[in-house]
Design a protein around this ligand. Sequence first.
Ligand SMILES: Cc1cc2nc3c(=O)[nH]c(=O)nc-3n(C[C@H](O)[C@H](O)[C@H](O)COP(=O)(O)OP(=O)(O)OC[C@H]3O[C@@H](n4cnc5c(N)ncnc54)[C@H](O)[C@@H]3O)c2cc1C
Length: 387
Amino acid sequence: MNLQETEVEKAFRTSVRAWMAANLCGEFEPLRNAGGLGSPGYEPALAKRWEQHLAQGGWTGLGWPRAHGGRELPLAQQVIFHEEYARCGGPRRLGHIGETLLAPTLMAHGSSELQARFLPGILAGETYWAQGYSEPGAGSDLAAVRTRARIDPETGEWVIDGQKVWTSWAQESDWIFVLARSEAGSVRHKGLVLLLVPLRQAGVTIRPIRQITGDSEFNEVFLDGARTEGTLSLGAPGQGWAVAMYLLGCERGASTLGQQAHFKSELEQLITVAQRNGAVHDPLLRQRLAHAALGLETLRSHALRTSGDGAPPRAASISKYVWSNWRRALGELAMDVLGREADIDAGDPLHRTLQHLWLESRSDTLYAGSNEIQLNMMAERALQMPR
Ligand SMILES: Cc1cc2nc3c(=O)[nH]c(=O)nc-3n(C[C@H](O)[C@H](O)[C@H](O)COP(=O)(O)OP(=O)(O)OC[C@H]3O[C@@H](n4cnc5c(N)ncnc54)[C@H](O)[C@@H]3O)c2cc1C
């Protein structure tokens, strides 16, 4: 881990900052500091135009190989991009699932035909993807998936029946990757397939779920005889579990550092409010703010040390467990800093952001693997405790 920036890295940082200053303005101004889908003022059509604008500026696919249209930048520069993007108020990325989860999996497990068909749309910010893993009865225990997929002998197409749930951004996506059981009678990790399925078709019903924030970021997705082409399985039928796990592994890496850059800007907003309303003079709140800043630095060091290839698998569990608890505590601290104003909407946009942060952060210790599951994994894999 080298914390000293080279001249090339410093110049790269300057170029990101300059581009953001020149481009996150005008029609994109409402997206400044915007959270993701379901956050106040986040307009999906504008967020998609922003993704396309980023792509035209050459800011998507930074780590992708050149052969796939990427820039093949070293990890250090990808990290710098994410840091500067957040520092300049860049909104949450609607293309995240396609660019950082599906694309690397396509590169590792997809045929050249699938790569040629799907990667360009992701890179250009024109095709959006949702993740169809969780089901009622299959969340932490993902191997319990019951959605079924079979080949229609007449058309050669896959026909899919089942229900997915908590599917983020499905209402704004074009495609979904669906983990389904392709071998009748198979159990657990065997007999699964990962299928690429168009969302806009008669066999798919998307029903948004109203969340505690009042908005809908995720959905129920009903697959009733949904169809996709026979060639659109990622990896061979029966090998779906291995491919699905590879995709989950892509959740760490440079994008983790991007997420932390967003946390940093949330912490800075919280400190601004604490300075404004005098909470910084409360000795206990001051300590908690300092503690939050220290926690974030520790997270960053851990992520810098363990991002990229060769990191032990437990590094991802440690990271997930620590960041999710850190952010949930930040949400609670935000409420305490706001004090009595936490309960009312007096129209202050910064207060609204903190209220939203608190509500949203309740889910951090659940998605991408709950706290209890991370602890189980650490106990078994790092401490060699029995299952
Ligand atoms: C904001 C958000 C976005 C999401 N987006 C998506 C998405 O886009 N696509 C998708 O497929 N899924 C998505 N999910 C679903 C997410 O992956 C699941 O919520 C998660 O895997 C937990 O599953 P579950 O909700 O079914 O809870 P359950 O698995 O039913 O768990 C309930 C509780 O029991 C505990 N528990 C379960 N098993 C054990 C065990 N063996 N030992 C100890 N404790 C245990 C859990 O830790 C949890 O506290 C999202 C979830 C959230 C909150």
